[in-house]
Design a binder for this molecule. Structure first.
Ligand SMILES: NC(=O)c1ccc[n+]([C@@H]2O[C@H](COP(=O)([O-])OP(=O)(O)OC[C@H]3O[C@@H](n4cnc5c(N)ncnc54)[C@H](O)[C@@H]3O)[C@@H](O)[C@H]2O)c1
Length: 383
């Protein structure tokens, strides 16, 4: 399967290695990247790869079967479009696009080229937690989902990376909620089985600010995670325009409510959830590996899991999303080989999660509750 990558950064390099370990027929033949920081991960093949000036040249000269989009977020739509219009299968990283109008343009492209042409790397949907949660929900163990509390908390070494990396600027990333929490918004949309009708949010930047700078004293933490394209040195005085903490409230049809908290300055990091249904609850933590199901009527613990992360030599030190990267690769390989005809998540889900993230930020900025009804009507009319 002849593959070309646009945006050969750390994500593409790491996931490619994982994918190729189980799919030897996936051959990387070329890439587009002005400064490919992921190239050093590809020992052995790096010097055989053709670098191209643009995605159009890559496609024209490489007889590709698959275009892999892992460029910074603001470039995704342009790169996905080039692949789909050339008749290629496209695997794209999240967030799929960064604005409302890009979301609608992508919906039109999906309508024209088919949903199966576009694979999306919303990795948490492939995770062991989500697989088990889907089984439990589908079996009716929780009854009707009525409310959810969840968070995504990341540690200061990782938070400082956000404040130094290209992700610090909305014009590239689309904002923190979109860049980092689109995974969470997608999985809880899926848990509820609906899209939010209204959202509200507050947040700001109060951790990574000049007054809190420790100077060079804790470089072992604040410079730990390397950043490349468009990066700056100091996470406390950078020109970042993203928030470092945020709370959001989401209302779904039938009065289902969801409160979500994120912060990038949480030293004992976790990614917890508590899903309450009419007949039971599911409580867990992606980071710590636990998942516990409790019956509402008897108070009995029905299931108590401790997932050991699948770690592989290939993943090395790369944080492989609690083993979900490996599970995602296995699912995508089966799909690309024609051994399965669907994936746990598709581009329409990615567009919806993105639009929710954008509405949450709109609420934070405007100080208003955002009603999403018209957004969904407009989107649905395009498919
Ligand atoms: N699924 C996940 O959980 C996950 C995890 C990490 C990153 N990502 C996504 O993967 C994408 C890449 O992130 P990353 O961590 O690899 O970032 P990165 O900074 O390591 O890599 C980005 C690469 O894009 C290149 N680039 C810049 N301008 C370009 C252009 N005009 N054309 C082609 N390439 C260009 C840069 O030189 C760099 O090598 C982002 O969309 C990010 O959100 C997803």
């Amino acid at each position: 399967m002849r593959t070309g990558i646009v945006g050969l950064g750390l994500r593409a390099g790491n996931v490619l290695k994982m994918m190729q370990a189980d799919m030897t027929e996936l051959e990387l033949v070329g890439y587009v990247d002005p400064d490919p920081c992921g190239l050093s991960l590809l020992e052995g093949i790096a010097n055989q790869l053709q670098q191209h000036e643009s995605v159009e040249t890559l496609i024209a000269k490489s007889s590709l079967d698959l275009l892999w989009v892992a460029s910074p977020n603001h470039l995704h739509l342009e790169h996905i479009r080039a692949g789909l219009e050339a008749g290629l299968k496209v695997f794209t990283e999240k967030p799929i696009v960064i604005t409302k109008s890009e979301s609608f343009s992508l919906a039109e492209l999906i309508h024209e080229h088919g949903e199966n042409q576009l694979i999306v790397g919303l990795v948490l949907r492939y995770s062991q937690h989500m697989r088990e949660l889907r089984r439990v929900i589908d079996a009716g163990m929780l009854g009707r989902i009525t409310s959810i509390e969840a968070n995504e908390h990341i540690a200061p070494y990782h938070g400082s990376f956000f404040m130094r990396d290209w992700r610090r600027l909305e014009k590239y990333s689309g904002g923190f909620m979109l860049e980092k929490c689109c995974h969470d918004l997608d999985i809880y949309n899926n848990v509820v089985g609906e899209r939010p009708t209204r959202v509200a949010s507050f947040g700001g930047r109060g951790n990574f600010i000049p007054e809190e700078s420790p100077g060079n004293k804790h470089d072992d933490v604040y410079q730990q995670k390397l950043s490349y394209w468009e990066s700056v040195d100091d996470p406390f005085t950078s020109d970042a325009d993203i928030v470092d903490h945020q709370n959001a409230l989401l209302e779904y049809p039938n009065d289902v409510s969801f409160s979500f908290h994120t912060s990038i300055n949480v030293p004992d990091e976790h990614r917890r959830f508590c899903i309450i249904g009419s007949r039971g609850m599911a409580e867990g933590d992606f980071m710590r590996g636990n998942l516990r199901i409790t019956d509402a009527r008897t108070g009995k613990c029905l299931e108590d899991h401790k997932f050991n992360y699948l770690s592989t030599e290939i993943a090395g030190n790369y944080p492989a999303h609690y083993g979900a990267d490996q599970l995602m690769c296995a699912d995508i390989i089966a799909f690309l080989r024609g051994e399965s005809d669907s994936l746990p998540v598709g581009p329409k889900d990615a567009i919806e999660a993105g639009l929710v993230a954008m509405a949450i930020d709109e609420s934070r900025i405007k100080g208003e509750i955002i009603d999403m009804t018209e957004t969904w009507q407009e989107l649905d009319a395009l498919y």
